[in-house]
Design a protein around this ligand. Structure first.
Ligand code: ADP
Ligand code: MG
Ligand code: ZN
Length: 502
C-alpha cells in the first residue's frame, strides 16, 4: 500500500471546513425480491434463487413488490420526507457481469421519498439535524467472486464466479443533502447519523440492518473548503463502509488526506475510494466525474407507483415511536444519566431490558443483570447479549427470586450461570443445585454460634466495640452455608449475640 501523507486533524480543521454527503443502502427484509417472486434467503446454493426476471432473460417481465414499496414509504415518512404522489422506476444502464440485464432498475429524478431530515444526538447530548435529499427504491446486484488471485480482487484472478441469488433483492438508498456546519465533529455526525438511521430502520421492522452482514452500507462523500468560504470543494466518495466505527474513521481519514493534498498545492480528484479496516486508510478506486453517463430513462416494463394518500396516512399512523424519543423516554423512566444510557445502547441492551421489565422485573434489577453479570459473560464468550441462551423472562424470574428473599446476589449469579450453561429455567437450576437462601432462623443461629466459637479472638474484638470486624464472622458463616445465608440477617445475629449495637 502506498503511504499517503496526512495533515494532523487539528491543523486540517484550523484551515478547512468539511462538507459531507452520506449515501446509505439498506437491504429490505422482504420475503421475495423486488421485481420477482424469488426468495431473498441468502444461505442457499449459488444461483438457486433465480428466475428469468432476476437473471435478466429477454422477454421476462418484472412486477413490483408491494411490501418493498410499503417499506420505502415507511422509511420516507420516518425521515420526515414528502412521499411522491406518482413516481417511476428508471433504468440505470451500465455493463457489469454481476448485473445480467445490463441495467439496474432504480429511481432517478422521481424518487418515492424526498426532502426530509433526521435529528441525531451527538455524544454530548446536542441534537444535529441531517437533511435528507431523497430515499429511493432499487435492486441489488449479483455477487462476483474472483478466483485464483492473491487478493480476491479481479486483478490477477484466473476466473470469476457469479451468484445471482442477491440480484433483485430490494434496496432503499437514502441520500443526505450536503451536511455543513459540523466542523471538527463531522466524523462524529456521520457515525451518529448512520447509527440513528440503523435504529430507525430496525424500529420500523423493514430490515435487520446488520452492517456486518452487508444489510446496510454507507458511502461517505467528503470535501473540504477553506474556512469562511461558501463554494464546495471537490469530493471523494469512500464506498461501502460497513460499520459505524469505520464510517467515523473514513471521514476522519479523508479530512486529513484532503488537507494534506490541498496544503501541498495539489488538487483533489473526484473519485471513489476503498476503505481499509486494518489501518483506517482509504485508497483510490475509479475516477468519477459528473459527466458519468448512465443513460437513465423511465422503465417501460413497470407501471408507475402512485401510492394513495389514504395508504400513506395509514402508514404514517402506524409508525413506531422514533428511537431517539424512545431512548429519551426510557432514560427518564429508568432514571439513568446520559453516560449510562449510552453504555446500555452500545451494549445492545435496550430492548432486552425493556423485555425484562415487561416480564415484571424492576428496571434497576433488569439493568443490573444485563449490564453486569450477563454483559461480562457475553464479553468473555465473544457473543452479543441477544445471543446469550437466557431470555428476558428468565432474568425477570431471577430478579423475582431475589426480591422474595429466596436468593441473594451471590446465589442469583450462580443461577444465571446455570441457565447459561443449559441447566434449565431459574427454578430448575435452584432446585438441582440446591441454591435457596438459608432463612431458617434455627439453622442460621447455629451457624453463627459456630462461627463465634471458632473465631474467639475476632469475637472479642467485636465485643470490645470493633464492629467492623463483624465482616470476618459474616464471611465465616457464608462459607459454612456455601453462600446460601442472608448476609444482612447473619450480621444482625452476630451483633445481637455479642451484645453490641450495629
Ligand atoms: P453520486 O451518484 O455521484 O454518488 P449523489 O448525488 O447520489 O451522487 O450523492 C452525492 C452525495 O454527496 C450526496 O449526499 C450529496 O449531498 C453529497 N455531495 C455532493 N456534492 C458534495 C461535495 N462537494 N462535498 C461533499 N458532499 C457532496
Ligand atoms: Mg454515490
Ligand atoms: Zn427471480
Amino acid at each position: 500500500m502506498t503511504v499517503i501523507d496526512l495533515e494532523s486533524y487539528e491543523d486540517a480543521l484550523a484551515t478547512y471546513d468539511p462538507v459531507m454527503g452520506l449515501e446509505v443502502h439498506v437491504e429490505l427484509g422482504t420475503k421475495t425480491k423486488m421485481f420477482c417472486g424469488c426468495s431473498t434467503e441468502l444461505k442457499q446454493d449459488a444461483n438457486s434463487q433465480t428466475c428469468p426476471v432476476c437473471l435478466g432473460l429477454p422477454g421476462a417481465l418484472p412486477v413490483v413488490n408491494e411490501i418493498g414499496v410499503e417499506s420505502a414509504i415507511k422509511i420516507g415518512l420516518a425521515l420526515n420526507c414528502q412521499i411522491a404522489e406518482w413516481c417511476r422506476f428508471a433504468r440505470k444502464n451500465y455493463f457489469y457481469p454481476d448485473m445480467p440485464k445490463n441495467f439496474q432498475t432504480s429511481q432517478y429524478d422521481e424518487p418515492i421519498a424526498f426532502d426530509g431530515y433526521l435529528d441525531v444526538q451527538l455524544e454530548d447530548g446536542e441534537i444535529f439535524r441531517v437533511e435528507i435529499e431523497r430515499a429511493h427504491m432499487e435492486e441489488d446486484t449479483g455477487k462476483s467472486t474472483h478466483v485464483g488471485g492473491a487478493t480476491g480482487r479481479i486483478h490477477g484472478a484466473s476466473h470469476s464466479l457469479l451468484d445471482y441469488n442477491r440480484a433483485g433483492i430490494p434496496l432503499i438508498e437514502i441520500v443526505t443533502k450536503p451536511i455543513e456546519g459540523a466542523g471538527a465533529r463531522a466524523p462524529e455526525v456521520a457515525k451518529a447519523y448512520v447509527a440513528e438511521l440503523r435504529e430507525l430502520i430496525k424500529a420500523l421492522g423493514v430490515s435487520e440492518a446488520r452492517m456486518e452482514m452487508g444489510q446496510m452500507r454507507c458511502d461517505v462523500n467528503l470535501s473540504l473548503r477553506p474556512n469562511g468560504t461558501e463554494k464546495f470543494g471537490t469530493r471523494s466518495e469512500t464506498k461501502n463502509v460497513n460499520s459505524l466505527r469505520s464510517v467515523e474513521r473514513a471521514a476522519r481519514f479523508e479530512i486529513q488526506r484532503h488537507a494534506a493534498v490541498l496544503n501541498s498545492g495539489g488538487t483533489i480528484v473526484q473519485e471513489t475510494r476503498h476503505f481499509h479496516e486494518e489501518d483506517g486508510s482509504t485508497t483510490a478506486g475509479r475516477i468519477k466525474d459528473n459527466a458519468e453517463d448512465y443513460r437513465y430513462f423511465p422503465e417501460p416494463d413497470l407501471v408507475p407507483v402512485a401510492p394513495s394518500r389514504d395508504w400513506v396516512e395509514e402508514l404514517r399512523k402506524g409508525l413506531p415511536e422514533l428511537p431517539r424519543l424512545r431512548r429519551k423516554r426510557l432514560k427518564e423512566e429508568w432514571g439513568v444519566n446520559e453516560h449510562d444510557m449510552q453504555s446500555i445502547l452500545n451494549a445492545g441492551a435496550v430492548d432486552l431490558i425493556v423485555a425484562t421489565t415487561d416480564a415484571g422485573a424492576p428496571s434497576d434489577q433488569a439493568r443490573k443483570w444485563w449490564m453486569g453479570e450477563l454483559a461480562r459473560n457475553a464479553n468473555e464468550t465473544g457473543r452479543s447479549l441477544d445471543e446469550l441462551p437466557i431470555t428476558p423472562a428468565q432474568v425477570a424470574r431471577v430478579a423475582a427470586l431475589v426480591a422474595a428473599g429466596d436468593l441473594n446476589d451471590k446465589l442469583a449469579r450462580q443461577v444465571i450461570e446455570g441457565v447459561l450453561a443449559g441447566e434449565g429455567d431459574p427454578d430448575t437450576v435452584v432446585e438441582k443445585r440446591g441454591l435457596k437462601v438459608v432463612s431458617d432462623e434455627g439453622a442460621l443461629s447455629t451457624a453463627v454460634d459456630e462461627a463465634i466459637a471458632g473465631n474467639a479472638a475476632v469475637a472479642d474484638k467485636i465485643r470490645g466495640g470493633k464492629v467492623a470486624a463483624a465482616g470476618a464472622l459474616v464471611g465465616a458463616v457464608m462459607k459454612a452455608t456455601r453462600g446460601q445465608a442472608d448476609a444482612a440477617r447473619v450480621r444482625e445475629l452476630i451483633l445481637e449475640k455479642l451484645g453490641v449495637e450495629g
